[in-house]
Design a protein around this ligand. Structure first.
Ligand code: ZN
Length: 494
C-alpha cells in the first residue's frame, strides 16, 4: 500500500507543479510528506528505508554543520574520520551496548580477511573510536582528547520510512571525548548539550526542553543520557540531540588507560554526543504551513529572493530588471540573495514557488515602485508586506530578517509552553496524551513503573526528566503512588 502511494506521489510531482494539497491541521503526516517532496528537500530511494537528500535539503544541512562545527571547535574539538565497518568482537565487548544495538545492525557479506570476523556497518562509532583511543592514549598529558566525525550511519529499523525522521541511513555528527576526571567529563556532557540547545533555539528557531533520560530510555551502555526534545505540531515529541556520560565501562573493556601524575595507571572518563539530519525534518514540521516550508533566516540556504515584476515587452532590458540587479548587488555581501529574472513564468507563479521553498524574505519590485523609489518586502512567516525605500534597503532587510527569526522562535515557543499539561492521575495522563499534549507528572523513577505506564497508555514514552523542575514536596508517583523522586515529561514520539 505504502509503496503504491509513494509511486503515485512521484508521478504527480512530474506532471504538475501543484502546491501542497494536504492541510497541515487536518492531515499532518501527508502534509509533511508533500512539503518535503514538493519543496525539493529530499526524495525516496529505490532501496526501502533509504533517502536521497536533494540540493536544498543538503544546503540546509551544510548550514547546520557550519554553525555547529564553529562552536565545537571553540571547545577544542577536532574533526576526524573513522571506518564505516565495525568488527563483531568490538560490539560484544560492552554488553549493554551490544544488547541495545544488535537488533538494528546491518552486516556486510564480506568478512575481515585477517580475523575472519563478521563486519557491521556502524550504527554509532563508540567501539571503533575506543579502539583508537587505546592506541593514542599514553599519559595524562594527552588528555583530554576531543574528536568529532561528520558521517553517515545505518540502523536497520523495520519501521515505516519518513523522510529525514525515520530512515535506515542518515547523516550526523558524533563527538567522542575522554578526560582525566569524571567532573570534567560530566561538565562537558552538559556543555555539548547546551551547544545543541543554542543551535536549535538560536539558529533553527526551535524551542526545546532539556533534561535527562530515564534509565530505560538512556543510550545503550551510558551511565546517563542528556537530551533536548522539541514538540511537533501533531503532539509528538522529537528527540533533537543527545549527550551521553559513558563513565569508564567502554574504557575498561577496550583497555584504554593512561599513566597519571602519580605514575600509576588510570582509566579515563568517556562522553559522546550527537545530532542528525532529522533536524531538517523538525524545521519542516515546526515552521511549515499550508503553502510549504518556512525556513528560519539564520539557516536558510537562500535568505532573500528578488522578484522583478515584468510586463509584456519590458521583459528584456527593462528598468525594473536593472533596479532589481542594483538591489541584489547592494545585498549580496551581507545576505544570501538571488534574483529571479526568469521570463517564462509569471510573478504569481514565482511567488508560489519561493513560498513553497520557504525563502524567508521576498523583495518585489515593479515599474510603479521604481517611480517612487520603493520596493515591497514580503515576509514568508506572516505574509505581511512592507513598503521600503530602495535607498535604505540594506538596513531594512537586516532588521526584517531579524524580526522573522525572532517571530518564528516566539511562535514555536508559545506553542510548546501552551501544550504542556500538568497531570496527577493516570486518567489525566491518558486524556492529555489523547489531546496531543506534552504531559508533566510526578514519577518514582522505577523502570518497572515506567514499563507499566507504557503498557497502559498506548504509544506513550518518557521524554525527559527536566533539570530545573522538581516535584512538589510530598508529591506521589502518578502510577504507583510511592514518593515521587522526579518530574517526567510524557508524550508520543517520533
Ligand atoms: Zn511509580
Amino acid at each position: 500500500m505504502k509503496g503504491k502511494k509513494v509511486i503515485k506521489e512521484k508521478a504527480d510531482e512530474q506532471e504538475s507543479n501543484l502546491g501542497i494539497t494536504a492541510n497541515k491541521e487536518d492531515d499532518f503526516s501527508e502534509w509533511y510528506n508533500q512539503a518535503v517532496l514538493r519543496a525539493g528537500l529530499a526524495d525516496y530511494s529505490s532501496i526501502k528505508g533509504f533517502m536521497i537528500i536533494k540540493p536544498l535539503g543538503y544546503a540546509i544541512w551544510e548550514n547546520i554543520q557550519h554553525k555547529f562545527d564553529q562552536q565545537i571547535k571553540k571547545h577544542g574539538v577536532k574533526n576526524a574520520y573513522f571506518p564505516l565497518l565495525v568488527p563483531e568482537s568490538f560490539f560484544k565487548k560492552e554488553a549493554e551496548h551490544a544488547k541495545g544495538f544488535s537488533p538494528e545492525v546491518a552486516w556486510v557479506a564480506n568478512r575481515d580477511e585477517d580475523s575472519g570476523e563478521r563486519l557491521a556497518i556502524r550504527p554509532t562509532s563508540e567501539t571503533i573510536i575506543c579502539d583508537s583511543f587505546r592506541k593514542w592514549l599514553r599519559s595524562y598529558r594527552d588528555l583530554p582528547i576531543r574528536v568529532n566525525q561528520w558521517c553517515n550511519i545505518v540502523r536497520w529499523e523495520i519501521k515505516m520510512t519518513k523522510l529525514f525522521i525515520r530512515t535506515r541511513e542518515f547523516l550526523w555528527q558524533e563527538g567522542h571525548c575522554i578526560y582525566e576526571t569524571s567532573e570534567e567529563a560530566e561538565r562537558e556532557t552538559m556543555l555539548y548539550l547546551n551547544e545543541y540547545k543554542s543551535l536549535l533555539e538560536e539558529e533553527l528557531a526551535i524551542p526545546v526542553l532539556s533534561g535527562k533520560k530515564t534509565e530505560s530510555e538512556k543510550f545503550a551502555g551510558a551511565v546517563y543520557t542528556l537530551t533536548t526534545e522539541a514538540l511537533m505540531p501533531d503532539g509528538r515529541a522529537l528527540q533533537t540531540a543527545t549527550s551521553h556520560y559513558l563513565g569508564q565501562d567502554f574504557m575498561k573493556v577496550f583497555d584504554v588507560e593512561f599513566l597519571g601524575k602519580d605514575k600509576k595507571k588510570h582509566t579515563p572518563h568517556y562522553i559522546s554526543w550527537g545530532m542528525t539530519t532529522r533536524l531538517i525534518g523538525a524545521i519542516v514540521m515546526v515552521h511549515g504551513d499550508n503553502k510549504g516550508l518556512v525556513l528560519p533566516p539564520r539557516i536558510a540556504p537562500q535568505q532573500i529572493v528578488i522578484v522583478p515584476i515584468l510586463f509584456g515587452d519590458e521583459k528584456k532590458d527593462s528598468p525594473v530588471l536593472a533596479e532589481a540587479e542594483k538591489i541584489r548587488k547592494e545585498l549580496e555581501h551581507e545576505f544570501r540573495v538571488e534574483i529571479d529574472s526568469r521570463t517564462e513564468y509569471s510573478a504569481g507563479w514565482k511567488f508560489n514557488e519561493w513560498e513553497m521553498k520557504g525563502i524567508p524574505l521576498r523583495i518585489e519590485i515593479g515599474p510603479r515602485d521604481i517611480l517612487k523609489g520603493e520596493c515591497v518586502l514580503a515576509k514568508r512567516n506572516t505574509g505581511e508586506k512592507i513598503t521600503a525605500k530602495a535607498s535604505g534597503i540594506r538596513e531594512k532587510v537586516k532588521d526584517t530578517l531579524k524580526d522573522i527569526q525572532k517571530e518564528m522562535f516566539e511562535k514555536a515557543k508559545k506553542f510548546l509552553t501552551s501544550n504542556i499539561e500538568n497531570v496527577s492521575s493516570m486518567r489525566e495522563l491518558k486524556e492529555a496524551i489523547a489531546k496531543k499534549k506534552l504531559a508533566r507528572a510526578a514519577f518514582c523513577g522505577s523502570p518497572k513503573c515506567e514499563e507499566k505506564i507504557r503498557e497502559e497508555v498506548e504509544g506513550i514514552t518518557t521524554r525527559l526528566i527536566p533539570f530545573d523542575e522538581k516535584p512538589a514536596r510530598g508529591a506521589k508517583c502518578i502510577r504507583c503512588g510511592k514518593e515521587a523522586k522526579e518530574l517526567v515529561y510524557f508524550a508520543k514520539n517520533y
